[in-house]
Design a protein around this ligand. Structure first.
Ligand code: AR6
Length: 206
């Protein structure tokens, strides 16, 4: 069962607070959720989630960083996967990364999918499918990069809300019970602030 307990030690849980005035602890947590600002390639966790593209053959941003850190064997395994549709994810080994598995999720390009109202559904699909893959593979921890918020142009605030809502639902359905820790790993300050502002809505403080 989930405890939607939100033990905020340092953070003001005020949705209307000016983010510039918020203190910036390196992580906020309940018994399962962490929000951190870090280079995801350095995390020693069971799995990390890459912001990939449909080819799964690498690119810039976090995808490039993950491929560089994992080494060429990751590319070879990705080549065999035959790509991945937007809104879905596929899993590989971690190779030289300090993780067991890399989950490659393909987020939506915001400006292509926004008009027809598909952006949220596709981004949510990435988070859900990644969580499912972690559970199916017996992984106990998963760290998400801020999917689609870089080159793919998804606004940080909307993306954080979509991610938090999807993870909360997954937990409420009892599907996340085998996961010990779910980490939102941000790189840019704008994404970290978006999480700080939105997490109280989805994991309310008590
Ligand atoms: N650790 C954690 N997060 C990072 C790191 C890192 N080392 N580097 C960047 N980020 P992006 P997208 C954050 O552009 O928007 C690629 O070329 C970054 O600040 O990497 O989903 C792919 O091949 C941002 O918040 O991915 C695709 O073609 C987040 O990672 C395309 O970009 C995602 O930004 C995907 O675009």
């Amino acid at each position: 069962t989930i405890t939607l307990l939100y033990k905020l030690k340092h953070l003001v849980a005020d949705e209307d607070a000016d983010p510039a005035t918020l203190p910036t602890p390196s992580s906020i947590f309940n018994d399962k959720i962490s929000v951190i600002r870090h280079d995801i390639t350095l995390l020693e966790v069971d799995s990390i989630v890459n912001a990939a593209n449909e080819s799964l053959l690498g690119g810039g941003g976090v995808d490039g960083a993950i491929h560089r850190a994992a080494g060429p064997d990751l590319f070879d395994e990705c080549e065999e996967l035959g790509g991945c549709a937007t809104g879905f994810a596929k899993i590989t080994n971690g190779y030289e990364l300090p993780v067991k598995k890399v989950i490659h999720a393909v987020g939506p390009v915001y400006w292509f999918t926004k008009k027809d109202g598909m952006a949220g559904q596709l981004l949510s699909g990435c988070y859900r499918r990644s969580l499912e893959l972690a559970v199916e593979n017996g992984l106990q921890s998963i760290a998400f990069s801020a999917l689609s918020t870089g080159a793919y142009g998804y606004p940080s605030d909307e993306a954080a809300q979509c991610a938090l809502e999807t993870v909360r639902k997954f937990m409420e359905e009892g599907q996340a019970d085998s996961l010990e820790r779910i980490i939102f790993c941000n790189f840019m300050e704008k994404d970290q602030l978006a999480y700080y502002q939105n997490i109280p809505k989805y994991f309310p403080p008590v």
